[in-house]
Design a protein around this ligand. Structure first.
Ligand code: ADP
Length: 219
């Protein structure tokens, strides 16, 4: 069953086997079991997936890293565990050459994807939530924008984001989600290099917040 909300195309995969098969081809096997919401911005498709970003076979997945680039918990830990030591080696090289003091908040760098299905990992540092008056919204938007710019510069067409800053860094999901969706929408309206952006939400709650907000921002 497919529903239209303005320009939002909502696909209920549980209802339609044909759609499930075609979505599997587009997003990998993980999507077969999970709900996806998809919509169009210019030539690009944007989708919401309830799942694990390390399963994505997009050209790049984005890591919510910390400025050391030496790994951490949450999505960072999951990416390094599954991607293997090559990613960390490349991060060490970036620290030794480009960013000896650490990657500043809002900036992004790229490594290969190691053993992941994704060919590349884009590492960005989101802001730590300090109440909202310390430049957090702009820094969070920078993290999304600079990741997209880097992907476009490298000629990549498909990219998957986690919900940056909303785990250990404490950014409230409702606020962060607005910024994530608006920033990606504005980028895609101006640039046509990127064909697909996936937001991969780990928890059912985050997925629901994104689904609700997407209808406000893309109506
Ligand atoms: P940050 O330090 O930027 O807050 P975290 O990794 O702590 O980063 O959390 C960011 C978000 O990533 C959280 O919403 C968390 O639930 C989610 N997350 C954790 N593991 C995964 C994963 N494997 N795939 C997708 N999202 C994940």
């Amino acid at each position: 069953m497919v529903y239209y909300h303005g320009n939002v195309l909502e696909t209920h995969l549980f209802d339609e086997n044909f759609k499930r098969t075609s979505m599997n081809r587009q997003y990998g096997a993980l999507v077969g079991k999970l709900a996806v919401t998809e919509f169009q911005v210019g030539k690009a498709k944007v989708c919401l997936i309830h799942g694990n970003i390390t399963d994505m076979d997009t050209d790049a997945i984005v890591n919510a890293a910390n400025s050391t680039l030496m790994g951490g918990g949450g999505v960072d830990g999951a990416i390094h565990r599954k991607g293997g030591p090559k990613i960390l080696e490349e991060c060490k090289h970036i620290r030794a050459t480009e960013w000896p003091e650490g990657l500043p908040t809002g900036k992004a760098v790229i490594t290969s994807g190691g053993n992941l299905k994704a060919k590349y990992v884009i590492h960005t540092v989101g802001p730590i939530w300090r109440g909202g008056n310390s430049g957090e919204p702009e820094l969070l938007a920078d993290a999304y924008r600079n990741s997209l710019k880097l992907a476009a510069t490298k000629g990549l067409e498909t990219i998957a984001f986690p919900s940056i800053s909303t785990g250990a860094y404490g950014y409230p999901i409702e606020k962060a989600c607005q910024i994530a969706l608006k920033t990606v929408k504005e980028f895609l309206e101006k640039e046509d290099h990127i064909a697909k952006v996936a937001f991969v939400l780990f928890s059912a709650h985050d997925f629901e917040v994104y689904k609700k907000t997407v209808k406000e921002i893309f109506r």
